[in-house]
Design a protein around this ligand. Structure first.
Ligand code: NAD
Ligand code: WQD
Length: 339
């Protein structure tokens, strides 16, 4: 299939790109490298030993998107490109709505012009907000707690209306839980700029000595050990879910939101212990106040992914920690050393 991958140089995009190439799809990556490196694409090209097209372009640039779609004529789109820092979205909400929401509008118009009616979208479990019950199923009320989360929910609404109005259209909105880990090659992985917001890259940077200690944001939550629990999903499993979603989009019409998680949650302490086992390094921790906007626990109900996509997670905590450690220790500066 001819697949346009927006944000294909990013963390999840690069892992998905590798699997798309290995599955013999024809790919065009559209990315402005705002939060990624061309080096990630060079490494994917080496790993897959296959070429693909790349356009350096911005989701906010409707003309550039239109031109890229007109040239490539995609049969389907996987839409990763966007801004994802929850904290920054509170201070820069217009940037988040412009890139995430208006960027998706530009994309749908460019797709419409080429009669491309299949899209797989990177949504997020953050659309659920404070749990009314757990595990979250896809019918759980939607009440995101940040401008970032609201931009994801707005895109979901947009896609629902687009798919309803367009004959033959198919939109699959994958609600990711907490993606972690790296490709088994240790050649591609998560490479945050500056101080990592997320737990796993922070732990990894402590393990290689770039940061002194992990701040554990609260140990008085009503969870197994008092620290926050999350449903971590290996990025290779998540990438595979996108290929399954592409297949599903090719044989269905309409719009579906689908959780992508494992159905199991781990606490911060359990993640630290898992990483210590995988790396053989001590991770110094200090207890810090709770982080604003955090919920105690999140966990996915994963039946819908299994029934609609025939997909389920394969990798557990050990592989998540091991692959993160192998990536981080082989690339302590991420992609920067080779740029
Ligand atoms: P990432 O930042 O690594 O990748 C996003 C990519 O989009 C980057 O390559 C970036 O350069 C590109 N991009 C950003 N703004 C752009 C613009 N204006 N025009 C063109 N390209 C642009 O993030 P990721 O972790 O790979 O996430 C991919 C998607 O999944 C995002 O939409 C994110 O919101 C969503 N998501 C991520 C997580 C997570 O924890 N990583 C969880 C749920 C959902
Ligand atoms: C996990 C746990 C923290 C860092 C975020 C976004 C969400 C989605 C995934 C995009 C929590 C604790 C963390 C640290 C810590 N992204 N923690 N010390 O908050 O579940 O989800 O990423 O859609 O929208 O909100 O992930 O990795 O930041 O935190 O104790 O230095 O680790 O409190 O319990 P989160 P996270």
């Amino acid at each position: 299939m001819r697949v346009l991958v927006t944000g294909g140089a990013g963390y999840i995009g690069s892992h998905t790109l590798l699997q798309l190439l290995r599955a013999a799809h024809e790919v065009l990556v559209y990315d402005n490298f705002a939060n990624s490196s061309p080096e990630a694409l060079a490494r994917v090209q080496q790993l897959a030993n296959r070429d693909f097209e790349v356009v350096t372009g911005d989701m906010r640039d409707a003309n550039a998107l239109h031109a890229a779609c007109a040239e490539f004529r995609p049969e389907a789109v996987i839409h990763f490109a966007g801004l994802k820092a929850v904290g920054v979205s509170h201070t820069q909400p217009l940037d988040y709505y412009t890139t995430n929401l208006a960027g998706t509008l530009n994309l749908l118009r460019a797709m419409d012009a080429q009669d491309c009616a299949r899209i797989v979208f990177s949504s997020s479990a953050t659309v659920y907000g404070e749990p009314v019950y757990l595990p979250y199923d896809e019918e759980h009320p939607l009440n995101p707690l940040s401008p970032y989360g609201r931009s994801k929910l707005m895109v979901e609404m947009l896609l629902r209306d687009w798919a309803a109005a367009r004959r033959g259209a198919s939109a699959v909105m994958l609600r990711y839980f907490n993606p972690v880990g790296a490709d088994a090659s240790a050649r591609i992985g998560e490479d945050p700029q500056g101080i990592p917001d997320n737990l796993m890259p922070y732990i990894a940077q402590v393990a290689v000595g770039q940061r002194a200690a992990l701040s554990v944001y609260g140990d008085d939550y009503p969870t197994r050990d008092g620290t926050g629990e999350r449903d971590y999903i290996h990025v290779a499993d998540l990438a595979r879910a996108h290929l399954a979603a592409l297949d599903f989009a090719a044989r269905s019409t309409g719009c579906e939101a689908i959780n992508v998680g494992t159905g199991t949650s781990y606490s911060v302490r359990e993640m630290v212990a898992g990483f210590e086992r995988a790396s053989g390094r001590q991770i110094p921790c200090r207890i810090a106040p709770r982080r604003a906007g955090d919920v105690a626990r999140m966990c996915a109900k994963v039946d819908k992914a299994q029934s609609l996509l025939g997909w389920e997670a394969r990798e557990g905590l050990e592989a998540m920690c091991r692959s993160t450690w192998e990536w981080q220790s082989a690339n302590p500066q991420g992609y920067r050393a080779t740029e």
